[in-house]
Design a protein around this ligand. Sequence first.
Ligand code: NOJ
Length: 522
Amino acid sequence: MDSDSDGIGDFQGLTKCLDHLSGIGITCLWLLPFYASPNRDNGYDVMDYYSVDPRLGTLGDFVEFMHQARERGIRVIVDLVVNHTSIQHPWFQAARKDKNSKYRDFYVWSEDPPKSDPKLLMFPNVEDSIWDYDKRAGAYYLHHFYKEQPDLNIANPTVREEICKIMGFWLELGVSGFRIDAAPFLIKGIGIEGANQQDLPDFLAQMREFLSARRGDAILLAEANVPPDQIPIYFGNGDKMHMLFNFLLNQYVFLALARQEASPLRDGLKTLPEMPKNCQWLNFVRHHDELALDRLSQSQQEEVFQAFAPDENMRIYGHGIRRRLPPMLDSDSRRIELVYSLMFSLPGTPLIRYGEEIGMGENLSLPGRDSVRTPMQWSNAANGGFSAAPAAALSRPVITEGEYGYERVNVAKEQRDPNSLVNWMERLVRLRKQCPEFGRGQWQILETDEPCVFAHCCEWEGNAVIALHNLSDRKCIVRLKSSEYQHLSDVFGDRQYEAVSDDSGSIPLEAYGYRWLRVNQM
Ligand code: NOJ
């Protein structure tokens, strides 16, 4: 929310929104980069790690926001974007000007770089190489993302010290941890052939040691969309990242939804490697980037595209979708609830992004990933209540037209409507808190006689909950193959079902229906 009518959301505005967030039951906020930035990549190109971008407020506003969040029992984690800086960061400016500057070795240079493997390009069609020639420096520098984002040289111990110092700064201001942006690139040895390649992943442990020494209850959450065999690099023995975004499961969920079959989801869960006890998955439906499908085979990707992104304009980078969930599901509230019920019950911690709680849509006329980055829709006031600036001054246009326009989809309207998504979501959050087994327990896939139903059970400290999700558009009656689970009572569902009788063992589910059942100890 924009507090000073300049068309850009800011910390004072965000502070005013904390009551909405605390009302839903949010326990932790993840803030995208808010540091000084020329904004080539939505703030992921940082120019100064120790400041708040003046467009978003001041450090004083940040501290006030932290205080108000803490008052409401909300923790805050922030993005740590240290695979690269902005090209405008003083380190890069010093590095390019002087070969002998101590900052030269903060980045990765080459006089004669190899031809880029197209697989290494994070933004295909936007960049055509991971090396760019800098005239002033007289050399090429490495950049996995935009050319305005030169990669830092993590093999350099001074760079590592600087990164820890940045963490130390924000920890002193009260943050509960960091989302480590682009974690795989941070520990890749490209261009630093001299470095001991074994040493690079050690940096994750070094960061962890520093973090935990400064603040024992803080966490590191890595953004690492990597194949299953590489996941252990990030968790280590429980001495590296506390949490990882569950990119793998996310992609299998969409495949299962596209097929209306549970088997991809089961396969996805089975593919996840065991994690150390003190680590956790972060499950999500969508975030601010594309819905990546790159862990699926070509034909599986095609199935998901056909189901959820039939037009070329809905796709991005050859393997991603640039849409929000509700339009992908034709605004079918049964399917939208099904997806969030599933995500909240899968092993891990659930993440929702602003706007998901009210079912916001996308704007496909905006370029690239901006389609899913339109301003929050608070009310039916001008600009959806996001800003009092003239519409033309907004950082991005609010969605005004059609089914997802702010007059139809907004917080104020939904709060008044007992049947709205936001009120359903609030109940979902509350009940998820009452079923900690989903997050903390041992999970197990349950065999049923219905291929369209995904059934699983989570047990923790002698208690167990079962979740059933019918991914198909036809109703069914499920029978669990194991008779181990008796005396089931409904906790949550898409409607009020009749109580499950122990004798019949049959559990009815509507089309796209879902039920959470507590296994009662007798
Ligand atoms: C991942 C972020 O989520 C994305 O938005 C950004 O473009 C890249 N990292 C580069 O920082």
